[in-house]
Design a protein around this ligand. Sequence first.
Ligand code: GLC
Ligand code: CA
Length: 533
Amino acid sequence: MKQWHKDSIVYQIYPKSYLDTNGDGIGDLRGIIRKIPYLQELGVNAVWLSPCYPSPGDDNGYDIADYRDIGPEYGTLDDFKELLAVAEEHGIRVLMDLVVNHTSDEHYWFQEARKSRDNPYRDYYIWRDPVDGHEPSENKAAFGGSIWEWDETTGQYYLHLFSKKQPDLNWENPKVRQEIVDMINYWLDMGVAGFRCDVINNLAKNEDGDILFGDRLHSYLHQLHTEALGPHGALTIGETWGLTPTQALALTGEERGELTSSFQFEHLLLGRIGGDKWMPEPVDRTAFVDILAKWENGLANDSYPVLVMESHDQPRALSRFGDRDKFPYESATMLAGMLYGMRGIAVIYQGQELGLHDPTFATLDEYRDIETFNGYKELKATGKYSEEEILARLQFGSRDCGRTPIPWTTGKEGGFTSGTPWIKTQVDKGFTAEEQDKDPQSVLNFYRKMLALRKAEAALGDGGVFELVMNKDHTSVYTRTCGDEVIYVVSRYDETEAAFPACVPADAKVILSNYEDGKTDVLRPYEVLWLKA
Ligand code: GLC
Ligand code: CA
């Protein structure tokens, strides 16, 4: 593995909501090009673009109709090549989203496959005969209904783990694997530096459509690595839900030749009863730190963790884990300082650097997300909740909370578009990039300082060993150690004050703090400090 992987600070862009330059209300590649200097100043060295391929948009681009082009609403391949060049001039690598568990039903392969049972593309997908006149299994798809969709023309069911417009590819077919290898090489040859790999642990399945974690998955990934990713030195970050550290190591261990690293999302299940996104409960703040530490330790020797707390699939961290009303600045920066002092690839989602909180959705039709509409139907069908309660639950868990446009300025639509945005904008005083740029005590300027330190301090890099020293009564301390250098990360995850932890040496010097004076006699609400000893 090349060293740059491990020092990556990746910024996730959701292109549709970043910046619109032609007034059609949809963010575009030219908007991203315009913001590259902003990203360089922030201190990131890679961007990951959520899908910007041609797509009918059933799942906002995660249903791809053509793997080798750019969707017209986002621009052209030439725009993309220009983005690669401009990013490179600014020291920023570009990662694409690799969505190969499924295609769109409008992809040429599927259009062919559904024509007849003997079409050459038939085996690119997974087809089954009815069992007793019914679906072959009772499994439910992620966005509602069965995972099996009946195809009238050919009299069989096809498998879709997500929406019925997202048929699953048949990875057992060597032709499918070859197509994907060629497609990966196509982007890497163009200059793309790697991929975030969508639901990558879903590729292997059994007869019932159940996901298999095991030999076949490993061999598929190993093939992609050997024939495409490895020779290009590409960085890959797998999207892997529900893994244990041991399973994650089996995908990402340096000796394995599969993925570089994989996300762990265990801490993002907190604050939801049984992990159900429509069922709020108070966040266990001690567990939040314990889970992160468990993963730091679990991957320590052979792999490299990914540090994440937001994405296009999550509501804003400030709303979920921070104190949005009383301590928005302090809690947003504390969460950042606590997470990004750890060892791993840092992934920051657009708008997180401004400490954004969830937008307010007043009615159902302000939403755009397929999962949210499905959630509405499911909650309604229980018969347990009033309309008002259902809307409150959607507001709490909807993926659209993280998908509204970036408020760049205090102007109309936050400077995102001169037209009508595809989803509502939310522009709150003090939360725009324009205001925060000028304010030394802003979340944006905290992120800039923090990321500069991450790059400057060896103890915060790959070589810096992580150790959790204490995590009690909402105060935590961990160290990062490299040679003689020790960095202490002290966090107060509470709205009350507490004693300054005695385990931190008195002569340690504050290098980062979210309070102006960086005092070390008492810990203030949501205070975070990085100290060097
Ligand atoms: C991943 C994506 C999500 C998408 C799903 C299906 O979880 O992050 O947005 O809906 O895969 O592709
Ligand atoms: Ca546009």
